[in-house]
Design a protein around this ligand. Sequence first.
Ligand code: ADP
Ligand code: MG
Length: 361
Amino acid sequence: MASENQDIPEGNVQNILEQESLKWVFVGGKGGVGKTTCSSILSILLASVRSSVLIISTDPAHNLSDAFQQRFTKSPTLVTGFTNLYAMEVDPTVENEDMGNNNDGMDSLFSELSNAIPGIDEAMSFAEMLKLVQTMDYSVIVFDTAPTGHTLRLLQFPSTLEKGLGKMMSLKNKFGGLLSQMTRIFGMGDEFGEDAIMGRLEGMKDVIEQVNKQFKDPDLTTFVCVCIPEFLSLYETERLVQELTKFEIDTHNIIINQVLFDEEDVESKLLKARMQMQQKYLDQFYMLYDDFNITKLPLLPEEVTGVEALKSFSHHFVRPYEPSTHRNTVEELERKVSTLRQQLKDTETELEKLRKGKQKI
Ligand SMILES: Nc1ncnc2c1ncn2[C@@H]1O[C@H](COP(=O)(O)OP(=O)(O)O)[C@@H](O)[C@H]1O
Ligand SMILES: [Mg+2]
């Protein structure tokens, strides 16, 4: 393989499969770069070395169902063909169902709260989900996250919730009397009373703090950045890596997807030009992230859907992709020369025809 002559060894995701202490694996990047594909494959690979794996999609544009060609819901469902791989799709933007929908008083309180602190309801439903998942005893949990900005917002919850609690306190002081009056008028039991809700928020805060501590522990958590070899994606990846560093979340794997390899049968000028363009950004990725494991994945002629396609694509996650490169044999070059001669002849004939046509006019 060509990598023998290069100073940079081809990377892979073996380090993730070998890190037995890992509990949370986040997979993130811009939309369309291959997050769902990569997180699905990581979960499949992890399922072969771990006792049980759960993959959760928090991207409102869910496509785990498309990738695995199986319907998933907000509860973990066993993936067909596996005994220890489960998948679920949660929508972080949907307000929690059992929170405040039962009565007008709570509704207005919560809408006031979510107006005051954008993202609080999202944070709350994510917290609920994490609480649930924590009780479920999976050996490792893979997140197919929403595009960059969204994910990072989710990782900021502790401060979001802190603000929420503060706001709640001031609301309680302001409307405390009114609220308890309302709960009485509407005949609501103690479970919807302000104290119950405050208790719940406090409880949520504990979960969040606990989870956040785990997210910041590199033995337990890592973030895998998925990108493509293009300017915007390089730029986004750098932003993502910087934000993760700011939040103290470990990241040391980059997957560069949709790479065009110089295969023996690539003749297209367009492809060749794009390959050159990609090479420029690949070089920059290797330069910027020389301490990362960088895995390159080939762009396939077809989509990667269904367990079989995912499994066969998964080979490139542990072994570098090898383009077919038995070029430049004598026969190969002779074939190329004769093709080019033919093309030259055809073009000359065409040109001749055009010239004649022009003279007539
Ligand atoms: N290397 C690849 N070659 C060909 N198709 C790919 C490749 N990686 C992903 N795809 C396809 O591209 C589409 C988008 O990928 P997906 O993983 O859903 O991206 P994201 O989750 O980042 O939006 C899917 O249809 C997927 O099957
Ligand atoms: Mg996706």
